[in-house]
Design a binder for this molecule. Structure first.
Ligand code: ADQ
Length: 487
């Protein structure tokens, strides 16, 4: 499914991300493994299962050490090994300052337009730098002389430059999964120059949308005085050139499509409907529990919708799935706010035999997730800011029946491609509530037409074409470094 290009990674593919794809936990029943929830993990595991290679990541599970060899390595997926996971270990201080600190309290809110939430301490940066160095060293240990290094996201901004300092010849690519803000907003980034300098150690730097790529180039010019070539889409700085490209990430269309069309999904839908006493029509949102996903605004819109449209009482329930993937005060507070708001709506409109909002706070197995997608008359995916949003694409891939309507927030990267969805500004609660009503009253012909166009879009750019496009770009790099120096 990668057009035979898996074998173009001759020296092997080395992927690096903060989160690991498989996590081992000690439980009262013994050691268990699980797949952490999140877009980066779900996209990349799909890829590495096909290409093979090594994935370097933080071993964050309580039982992780027990499962690895002395070098921190093990083969995954546990049930069907296809690639190597190289775990690295973080000290308590690194976990606190690098991960909870610089990543979650500085970079994440800053890059999602939530500058009021940014909290900065100097110790955050010290540990960020140290942890990035530990990643760079581990990556270099895993490399053959002709390996391709592929780094992911905002946790590892400094790694490309650190590897580059050790080896000029290496091919280094980086994919940025979240938005890149405009220059004015980036101005308040602590260590803004070091972040840019780190990323300009890459040969290739990929973004989800043209806007984020543009914003990055503007910031590099303004903060570092880098030279921008708008036609070639390159940034030149400190004697080297980085190619800037746009690669909108996607999902495994065929996998979701086939599973959603299966008899086992149909049986599961019947079971779920009965178990939760669902009315005929349901709406759905699936998010990691995060303030950027706009869950509170969505609940406000639903409250207004139920207030304005009593004819939907008892006939429509909304399912909110929101799994907590990060700990820490802002997330605990946000979860409390979400739960309180749901309780209030249910108290205001609910009846003994009907709950307007049904809330699940846990991880769903793939088959259950697909069953919910297939069952939902409307999916309401309305982040305040989001690099792409894979849930929107997974929903579309699961609707081979041509039914289902997607309401999508304009600030999701996915809105650039999924233009046949009903696009909303999630902070305009009036319009949002109207959009929910519209989605539920669209004619079946209109629904089908829109869904078919959306499906064409997702099918035409799957997770495999995403990797293919990145590979094509890598092979076009002017300085092909293979054949260079041996590590
Ligand atoms: P995320 O912020 O994690 O990803 P998203 O792209 O929506 O956001 O991916 C979430 C993934 O987790 C989906 O594959 C979804 O199916 C899964 N998921 C969510 N809740 C779940 C649950 N309760 N049970 C099981 N699975 C669940 C980051 C960026 C995004 C970008 C991706 C990929 O923030 O903008 O799209 O990386 O680049």
């Amino acid at each position: 499914r990668l057009s035979g290009r898996g074998d173009r990674f001759r020296g092997g593919l080395i992927v690096a991300s903060n989160r690991e794809p498989y996590c081992h936990r000690k439980t009262p029943e013994g050691l268990r493994w699980e797949i952490p929830v999140g877009g980066v993990v779900s996209a990349l595991d799909t890829v590495l299962r096909v290409t093979g290679g090594t994935w370097v990541a933080w071993g964050s599970g309580s039982g992780d050490m027990e499962q690895t060899d002395a070098g921190g390595r093990l083969l995954v997926p546990p049930e069907n090994p296809a690639y190597t996971l190289r775990r690295i270990w973080l000290s308590a201080s690194a976990e606190e300052n690098y991960y909870h600190g610089f990543c979650n309290l500085v970079l994440w809110p800053l890059f999602h337009g939530e500058t009021d939430r940014v909290v900065y301490l100097p110790s955050f940066w010290e540990e960020y730098e140290k942890t990035n160095r530990a990643f760079a060293e581990a990556i270099l240990e895993e490399c053959a002389w002709n390996s391709t290094i592929w780094i992911h996201d905002y946790h590892l901004c400094r790694v490309p430059r650190m590897i580059r300092a050790a080896d000029q010849e290496r091919i280094i690519a980086h994919f940025w999964h979240i938005p890149w803000p405009e220059r004015e907003r980036y101005d308040c980034a602590p260590h803004g120059e070091e972040i840019l300098a780190g990323l300009l150690g890459n040969d290739l730097l990929g973004f989800q949308t043209p806007l984020y790529a543009r914003n990055f180039m503007d910031c590099a010019a303004a903060r570092l005085g880098a030279v921008i070539d708008d036609d070639a889409m390159t940034v030149a700085w400190d004697g080297r050139t980085t190619q800037i490209r746009t690669f909108p990430i996607s999902t495994d269309f065929e996998c979701f499509n086939a599973l959603a069309n299966s008899a086992s999904t149909a049986a599961r839908i019947r079971r779920i409907r009965k178990q939760h006493h669902l009315p005929r029509r349901v709406g759905l949102a699936v998010d990691r529990l995060d303030y950027t996903k706009g869950i509170l605004q969505r609940l406000q819109a639903l409250e207004l919708f139920f207030q304005r449209n009593p004819e939907f009482h008892r006939r429509f329930s909304f399912i909110q799935v929101a799994v907590m993937t990060r700990s820490g005060k802002p997330y605990l507070r946000y979860r409390q706010e979400v739960e309180d708001q749901i309780a209030e709506i249910n108290k205001k409109f609910g009846k003994a035999d009907w709950r307007p909002i049904i809330y699940f706070g846990s991880k769903l197995e793939r088959q259950d997730l697909v069953s919910w997608y297939r069952m939902a008359d409307v999916a309401v995916i309305t982040p305040l800011h989001d690099g792409m949003n894979l849930v929107a694409k997974e929903y579309v891939a699961s609707r081979g029946d041509g039914k289902g309507v997607l309401i999508l927030g304009r600030q999701a990267g996915a809105a650039e491609e999924l233009t046949e969805s009903i696009l909303v500004d999630p902070t305009d609660i009036e319009m949002f509530a109207t959009a929910i009503h519209r989605a539920l009253t669209l004619s079946s012909g209109e629904k089908k037409k829109r869904m078919m166009q959306l499906r064409g879009q997702v099918q035409g750019n799957t997770i495999y074409s995403w990797v293919d496009n990145i590979l094509d770009e890598l092979s076009l790099l002017p300085v092909m470094k293979q054949g260079g120096k041996h590590a």
